[in-house]
Structure formats: structure tokens, C-alpha cells
Design a protein around this ligand. Structure first.
Ligand code: FES
Length: 144
């Protein structure tokens, strides 16, 4: 797994970000613009949400994504909006759709982070809605 947020954010010269490898998943969280990479199928499970879900990825990388119900599709605090890579994700099931209906600021590509699994390698970009952002406390100060 690679952490490449700074590299990308600084944009030090052209083409600093290589294309992902054939089995690489690259996920960017907006608006923090934090990008993480891992090999598809190899992400260590962090016990919250579905394995290789957006929530699982965020937790692996120390980026705080709210998950009040512990990743059990019983709240909407892990709401994210998919900006890129929708075709790489699992289909939304009825439970997720019903739960999402209760989310604030529901958008066309809204998903629950704990239920949204990356099923194919490639590049995914998700945005954490502003009311749900608490990642100023990520990494060094993150206690969960
Ligand atoms: S963490 Fe509660 S629905 Fe995802």
C-alpha cells in the first residue's frame, strides 16, 4: 500500500503520478485530495464495513470516515459521493438504497462507504460531504 497524497498535492512537475498497475486500486478522497493505492484483494480487513469497502480503505489509511453504526448499513454517517470509477464498484443492494434515502444531501452518485466495495482494480475518486468531514483529526490524532 502506498501513500501518495503529498506527492500528488504538490504537483512537483508534470506527470508525477504514474498510471496504476494492472492489479492496483487507487482511491482518492476529496476534498482532502488524499490518494491511496493497494493491490486488489490484498487489503488487510479493519473489521468495519465490507472488506475492501471505501470505509475499510479509509481505515487502512488512517483517514477518518465517520461510521457511527460500525459499518453495518444502519446509519448514514459514512455517506460518500462517487466522482470517478463507479463501474469498478459493487451494485447497491436494497438495504443500502433504503438507508441512503435517509441521508442528508443525497446526490446521484451517493453511496454508503461501508457498503461500497471496489470489485475491480482501477481508479476511484470519492468525495466526503462537508457535513461529514472530520478528517482534520486523521492519522496522528485519530483514535478509534
Ligand atoms: S457506517 Fe453506518 S451505514 Fe455505513
Amino acid at each position: 500500500m502506498r501513500f501518495m497524497a503529498e506527492e500528488k498535492a504538490q504537483g512537483s512537475g508534470a506527470a508525477t503520478v504514474e498510471a496504476p498497475g494492472p492489479n492496483t486500486v487507487r482511491v482518492t478522497f476529496l476534498p482532502a485530495n488524499k490518494t491511496f493505492e493497494f493491490e486488489h484483494g490484498k487489503l488487510p480487513y479493519q473489521d468495519h464495513g465490507k472488506p475492501e469497502s471505501i470505509l475499510d480503505i479509509a481505515m487502512n489509511c488512517g483517514l477518518h470516515l465517520e461510521h457511527a453504526c460500525g459499518g453495518n448499513c444502519a446509519c448514514t454517517t459514512c455517506h460518500v459521493v462517487v466522482k470517478k470509477g463507479k463501474e469498478l464498484l459493487n451494485e447497491m443492494d436494497d438495504d443500502e438504497a433504503d438507508r441512503l434515502d435517509m441521508a442528508a444531501d443525497l446526490q446521484l452518485n451517493s453511496r454508503l462507504g461501508c457498503q461500497t466495495v471496489i470489485e475491480k482494480p482501477g481508479e476511484v475518486v470519492v468525495e466526503i460531504p462537508s457535513w461529514n468531514r472530520n478528517y482534520v483529526s486523521e492519522a496522528a490524532t485519530h483514535h478509534d
